[in-house]
Ligand binder design. Structure first.
Ligand SMILES: NC(=O)c1ccc[n+]([C@@H]2O[C@H](COP(=O)([O-])OP(=O)(O)OC[C@H]3O[C@@H](n4cnc5c(N)ncnc54)[C@H](OP(=O)(O)O)[C@@H]3O)[C@@H](O)[C@H]2O)c1
Length: 264
């Protein structure tokens, strides 16, 4: 009976992890959400093996009580932690570091990205570590992004999405630091691909934004056909998560299990 905790589970990729994992009634799935009031998609699934717990990952008290709640339900253990929650400031995606508008806004986006995407992830791992040590799988997966890849950034001359990319590059190192310390664990920094998590109609949603972003990468990904669905991304990510072993710990890999030019 494997147990999973997923942060940022009310929507997008996080929701889909809960959906696919809870489809197997042998799994126990802890869906961590910022507010139960926005967790209607999870409650609509109506599955008894889903436990919805409130936790903003920037709130240490909330993380501590979430870990206690998981612990009391599992008898003290957890098998898999999936750090999915992230701060994504999409309104200012296209701006570059030198042309961001007011300095305060740049500072805010840098700090907000770091606070959630790096510091929040570290505290989440720390609060759940005692449980993970008692689990059998001992896998910690942190969602990162191909935008954190320095080589691709340089090759594609991709200067946009800076605060987010910087925070994801930092969390890759967080992943490596834990992997270096806890040799009995698998720590993975996993990129989910380019995933359409918009709630709008896929035909009229963020396609413009996606094309602007992917245009830069076309040269490197000539076969890229557009963003994938959360369903496809999570299916591929679960294959990677299940397929990785201790020799993979500390890696920064994609949903295709390959770092080299496979972020999309
Ligand atoms: N979509 C992509 O193409 C893509 C590509 C590369 C990497 N990723 C990564 O994949 C992960 C999921 O992406 P997504 O597209 O599903 O994102 P999303 O649709 O923007 O959802 C983000 C989730 O994170 C939660 N969240 C934000 N701040 C939080 C906080 N302080 N504490 C707890 N939860 C918080 C949100 O909660 P609320 O529902 O309460 O707002 C939401 O559930 C992220 O780590 C993202 O960086 C996504």
């Amino acid at each position: 009976m494997p147990s999973y905790a997923i942060t940022g589970a009310a929507r997008g990729i996080g929701f889909e992890f809960v959906n696919q994992l809870s489809a197997d009634s042998r799994n126990t799935v802890f869906a961590l959400v910022r507010s139960k009031a926005t967790a209607n998609k999870l409650t609509e699934l109506g599955r008894r093996n889903i436990h919805i717990i409130e936790a903003d990952i920037t709130d240490n008290d909330a993380l501590e009580s979430a870990a206690k709640e998981v612990s009391s339900s599992t008898g003290g253990s957890l098998d898999f932690l999936i750090n999915n929650a992230a701060f994504v400031e999409s309104k200012r995606d296209g701006l570059t570091l030198d042309f961001y508008g007011p300095e305060d806004l740049l500072t805010k986006d840098l700090l907000d990205s770091f606070k959630v995407n790096v510091v929040g992830v570290i505290h989440t791992i720390n609060y759940f570590l005692p449980l993970l040590k008692k689990g059998t799988a001992k896998k910690v997966v942190t969602l990162t992004s191909g935008l954190a890849d320095i080589e691709v950034t340089m090759n594609a001359h991709f200067a946009a999405c800076a605060p987010y990319s910087i925070s994801k590059a930092a969390v890759n190192m967080v992943n490596a630091k834990y992997a270096a310390q806890f040799e009995e664990f698998v720590f993975l920094a996993l990129s989910p691909g380019l995933v359409n998590t918009s709630t709008k109609d896929p035909n009229e949603s963020d396609m413009e934004k996606f094309s602007a972003m992917t245009g830069k990468f076309r040269e490197h990904y000539p076969n890229f056909e557009g963003p994938i669905t959360p369903e496809a991304s999570v299916r591929m990510q679960l294959e990677v998560i299940n397929g990785t072993t201790l020799k993979d710990t500390g890696k920064f890999i994609s949903h295709k299990r390959n770092k080299e030019k496979e972020w999309l």
